[in-house]
Design a protein around this ligand. Structure first.
Ligand SMILES: *Cc1c(COP(=O)(O)O)cnc(C)c1O
Length: 357
């Protein structure tokens, strides 16, 4: 029986992604080979790759003048590749939690980092306002903070190249891609299985590469742009899964519909948290992510944490344990999460509360 999956990543994926990828593992098209066996240089796989890129461009409305890449290494590899390629002297970062902190740490290896805003003093419970300086090589934001559950819903105007880690909210809303020099993320939060990283990079921005720094071939964006992500063997089956998920997003009506559904799910859970006598939200209004919703037990009930997690398990609900660094609970409500999943969680919360009056 399929569970109600609230995992933060790898995440729940659409049934069609699972079915079609499973079928391709047994036989990929009419090739007589598995998607795990077929050559990444074959015309059959090239068609999968091209379709994934084309769907991504269509669904996200990526304008001309951008390249889409599917690479290995995770979003974490991008944390070091970005400054390695583009940080000459100084870059600006917003610090909104664990992932921004990790990105900042890598950037400091290559130059000065100006942290233009941080919500750290308040436990990262809101998305801070920031001004983008004009004297930096680039500006970096994390659009959705998977662990803390804060999100910025706008695409800021920037006087310098703007880069965004959109690992956990990509394709959950329309994005004005033209505002960004680069958007990247691990695909395992909203686009497909773990093991593949998406990069949307503006051709013009590629010219900003630090000219006098030797950069290993594999860590150079230009390498992957020149070879359309096929400089080395790409993560083939993962790209197939991404292609299937993008197809599903398109069939569902695109990112506008994804956004409406995401708002419906998040509102339902946040309403429950606001009104519950047992559970409470953590993130301040205005910054509340639609993708990751952290919550805690109210005063007097704190000792029931493990019991609630066990109760969820009985109700076939998985993935609601908070990140190990923050504790409590977190419901990740990515694109493939349904109102049926959400209602199961809300019912469990109510039933648990009633049993502990
Ligand atoms: C999960 C996550 C990462 C790390 O991704 P990996 O692919 O595991 O390296 C980075 N940034 C954000 C916002 C994330 O949610």
């Amino acid at each position: 029986m399929r569970k109600h999956i609230f995992n933060a990543g790898p995440c729940k994926l659409p049934d069609s992604t699972l079915k079609n990828t499973a079928a391709a593992v047994l036989e990929f098209g009419n090739t007589g080979q598995s998607i795990m066996e077929v050559s990444h240089r074959s015309a059959d796989f090239q068609a999968v790759y091209d379709e994934a890129v084309a769907l991504f461009k269509e669904v996200l409305n990526i304008p001309e003048g951008y390249h889409v890449l599917f690479l290995g290494g995770g979003a974490s590899m991008q944390f070091c590749m970005i400054p390695f390629n583009f940080l000459k002297t100084k870059a600006a970062y917003v610090n909104t939690g664990t992932w921004s902190t990790a990105a900042i740490k890598e950037a400091k290896l290559w130059g000065e980092v100006q942290v233009v805003a941080s919500s750290e003093a308040d436990g990262f419970t809101y998305y801070p306002e920031f001004t983008i300086p004009s004297d930096v090589d680039y500006m970096h934001i994390t659009s959705n903070n998977t662990i803390r559950g804060t999100e910025i819903f706008k695409d800021p105007d920037s006087p310098v190249p703007l880069l965004a880690d959109m690992s956990s909210d990509i394709c959950s809303r329309p994005v004005d891609v033209s505002k960004y020099a680069m958007i990247y993320g691990g695909c395992q939060k909203n686009l497909g299985p773990a093991g593949v990283t998406f990069v949307i990079i503006k051709d013009e921005f590629l010219k900003h590469v630090v000219a006098d720094r030797p950069i290993p071939t594999m860590l150079k964006y230009q390498t992957h742009v020149d070879k359309d992500s096929m400089y080395n063997t790409p993560p083939c089956i993962n790209i197939f899964g991404v292609k299937e998920t993008l197809k599903w997003v398109k069939e569902m009506g695109g990112v506008k519909v994804m956004e409406e559904l995401a708002i419906e799910r998040a509102n339902a859970i946040y309403n429950e948290l606001e009104n519950s006598k047992m559970f409470r939200p953590v993130v301040k209004e205005g910054s509340r992510s639609r993708m990751n919703i952290p919550f805690l037990l109210r005063e007097g009930y704190e000792s029931l944490e493990k019991e609630f997690l066990d109760f969820c398990k009985q109700k076939n609900i998985v993935g609601v344990k908070g990140h190990r660094s923050v504790g409590g609970f977190r419901a990740s409500t990515y694109n493939a999460c349904t109102m049926d999943d959400v209602n199961a969680l809300i019912s469990a919360m109510r039933e648990f509360e009633a049993a502990h009056k």
